[in-house]
Design a protein around this ligand. Structure first.
Ligand code: SIN
Length: 488
C-alpha cells in the first residue's frame, strides 16, 4: 500500500493520534502491517506500550470536562460532519480497508457506508437523550432522573470490520459526551487512523477522539487498570473478552462485550428455498465467512435437504476467489496464516468424522492465504465445526427431521449471538423465534446488521447492545436527583 494509491494521500498515516498530536510511540518502536492477499508490507504504525496508553488516557481525561458540557446540538453537528467526510472519502477508505483486511472492494465500500450509518444515527440520537421526573412518595420531594456521560471510554476493535466496529462504538460514545480512546486491531490500523484524520477535520476538539496502535496486551492492561477509564467496549473473541472482563473488575468499569458466535441457520421444509439460498449466501460468505454473525451450522430439514444442497452448490461453484482489488472477486484472503489453518483443521476434522465435500469453488490463489468456499454434507455434532466458530468460507449442512430437534441442535452451544431460520409457516415462525437462544433472530433474511437495530448476544456471546436506540445507553449513567424540603 502506498499513499499514492489514494485520491487523498494524506489519509494514509503511519502515526497514531493522541490529543492533537500525530505521534510515534515513546519507545520509537514500529509494527509492520501486511497485505493479507500477498504478504507484502503496507507500511508500519507505532507499536505503543503502556506509557503511550497512559498518554492517551491523560489526553482523553483532560478533554472530558469540556466535552461533556458541550450541547447535544454541537456534538450532533460534529458527528454529521464526520459522517459526510466518511462518505465523501468512501473510495479511499475502502481502498485502505481492502489493502489491510482483504475483503473485496465492493464489500469494503459497503462497510464504509455501514460505518457512516452509525455516525449519522448517533448524531440523531445525541439530541434525544433525555430524563424524566418520577412520582415521589413524599409530597415535599421531587425526583428528577437525568442521563450523564459515563466518562472516558475505550473501544477495542477487531480486524474483520476495521471501520464499522469503530464507528458503532465511538459514535454513541461521542454523542453521549464521552471522550474515546480507540485501540484498533494491530492487523488493520490504517482504516482507523484514516477515520481519525476525518474526525480531526470534522472539528472534534483535541483529546476527544484518540487512536493508539500496537500489540494489544500491554496497552490493554494499562487501559483496563486505569480508574480514569470508565467504560470498555470490546468486539472480539470470547476468550479475550473474559480476560478483559477480569482486568476491568478492579475498577468496576462499565462493559460492552460483543464476543464470539456459532450461528445456526435452519431451513425448514416449508421454506421459500430461493429466499433461503440467497440469505445463506449473504450470511455465510460475507467477508469470506469472517464475521461473528456468519452462519456456522446450517441445519436443513430432510424433505428439502437435497434440493437445498444442489442449489447452494450451484451458487458456490462459480464463486471467484481472489485479491480483493481484482474485478469480480467474491472471496478474498483470510486475515492470516492461523485463520487459514483453523479453517483447514475444521475441514480435515469434518472429513475424518464423516462429512463429504459436496461442492468446492476453484482456488487458484496461494492456499496459505486463500480458502475456497466449500459446501459439506454429512455434518454432525461430533465435528469441531459444530462446537467452534470456523470464521471461514465452509458451509456445513446438517440434516434434521423435526422442529424440536432443530431447536435443540441450534441451542446446543454456549454462544448466542445471531440465528437465522426459514419458513413460510406463521405459527412456526413465532414458536422458533421465541425458543432460539440468541440476541438476534432473523426470519427469512440473512442480513441483520444495520444501524437502527440493536446488535449483541446472550450467553458467552457477550453483554450489552450496539446500534439501535439502546446503543447510546451503553455510554450513559442514570442519575437520580432528589429535591427535598419543598414544604407543600
Ligand atoms: C462482527 O463480526 O463482529 C460484526 C458483524 C456485523 O456488524 O455485521
Amino acid at each position: 500500500m502506498t499513499a499514492a494509491a489514494l485520491k487523498d494521500p494524506s489519509l494514509f498515516s503511519e502515526r497514531m493520534f493522541i490529543g492533537e498530536e500525530w505521534c510515534a510511540a515513546v519507545s520509537g518502536a514500529d509494527l509492520e502491517v501486511v497485505d493479507p492477499s500477498t504478504g507484502a508490507s503496507l507500511g508500519s504504525v507505532p507499536d505503543a506500550k503502556g506509557e503511550d496508553a497512559a498518554q492517551a488516557i491523560a489526553a482523553a481525561a483532560a478533554a472530558t470536562g469540556s466535552w461533556r458540557s458541550t450541547t447535544a446540538a454541537l456534538r450532533a453537528k460534529l458527528l454529521e460532519r464526520w459522517h459526510d467526510l466518511i462518505l465523501a472519502n468512501q473510495d479511499d477508505l475502502a481502498c485502505l480497508l481492502t489493502a489491510e483486511q482483504g475483503k473485496p472492494l465492493n464489500e469494503a465500500r459497503g462497510e464504509i457506508a455501514y460505518a457512516a450509518s452509525f455516525v449519522k444515527w448517533f448524531a440523531e440520537e445525541a439530541r434525544r437523550v433525555g430524563g424524566k421526573g418520577i412520582a415521589s412518595s413524599d409530597p415535599n420531594r421531587r425526583i428528577l432522573i437525568s442521563k450523564e456521560p459515563v466518562g472516558v471510554s475505550v473501544a477495542i476493535t477487531p480486524w474483520n470490520f476495521p471501520a464499522a466496529m469503530i464507528t458503532r462504538k465511538c459514535a454513541p460514545a461521542l454523542a453521549a459526551g464521552c471522550c474515546v480512546i480507540i485501540k484498533p486491531s494491530d492487523l488493520t490500523p490504517f482504516t482507523a487512523l484514516a477515520l481519525a484524520k476525518l474526525a480531526e477535520r470534522a472539528g472534534f476538539p483535541s483529546g476527544v477522539l484518540n487512536v493508539i496502535t500496537g500489540m494489544p496486551e500491554e496497552i490493554g492492561q494499562v487501559l483496563t487498570a486505569s480508574p480514569e477509564v470508565r467504560k470498555l467496549s470490546f468486539t472480539g473473541s470470547t476468550n479475550v473478552g473474559r480476560i478483559l472482563m477480569r482486568q476491568c473488575a478492579d475498577t468496576i468499569k462499565r462493559l460492552s462485550l460483543e464476543l464470539g458466535g456459532n450461528a445456526p441457520l435452519i431451513v425448514f421444509d416449508d421454506a421459500n428455498i430461493d429466499v433461503a439460498i440467497e440469505s445463506t449466501l449473504i450470511s455465510k460468505f460475507r467477508n469470506a465467512g469472517q464475521t461473528c454473525v456468519c452462519a456456522n451450522r446450517i441445519f436443513v430439514q430432510d424433505g428439502i435437504f437435497d434440493r437445498f444442497a444442489e442449489k447452494l452448490a450451484a451458487r458456490v461453484l462459480p464463486m471467484r476467489v481472489g485479491d480483493g482489488r481484482a474485478d469480480g472477486t467474491d472471496i478474498g484472503p483470510l486475515i492470516n496464516g492461523p485463520a487459514v489453518q483453523k479453517v483447514m483443521q475444521h475441514l480435515d476434522d469434518a472429513l475424518a468424522n464423516g462429512a463429504s465435500v459436496f461442492a468446492q469453488a476453484e482456488n487458484q490463489m496461494d492456499p496459505a492465504r486463500f480458502v475456497a468456499p466449500t459446501v459439506l454434507t454429512g455434518a454432525n455434532s461430533r465435528m469441531l465445526l459444530s462446537s467452534q466458530e470456523t470464521f471461514g468460507p465452509l458451509a456445513p449442512l446438517f440434516r434434521f427431521h423435526h422442529e424440536d430437534e432443530a431447536i435443540e441442535l441450534a441451542n446446543d452451544t454456549p454462544f448466542g449471538l445471531a440465528s437465522y431460520f426459514y419458513t413460510e409457516n406463521l405459527g412456526r415462525a413465532f414458536r422458533v423465534a421465541e425458543r432460539l437462544e440468541a440476541g438476534m433472530v432473523a426470519l427469512n433474511t440473512g442480513a441483520i446488521s444495520m444501524e437502527v437495530a440493536p446488535f449483541g448476544g446472550v450467553k458467552a456471546s457477550g453483554l450489552g447492545r450496539e446500534g439501535g436506540e439502546c446503543g447510546i445507553d451503553e455510554f450513559l449513567e442514570t442519575k437520580a436527583f432528589h429535591v427535598g424540603g419543598l414544604s407543600f
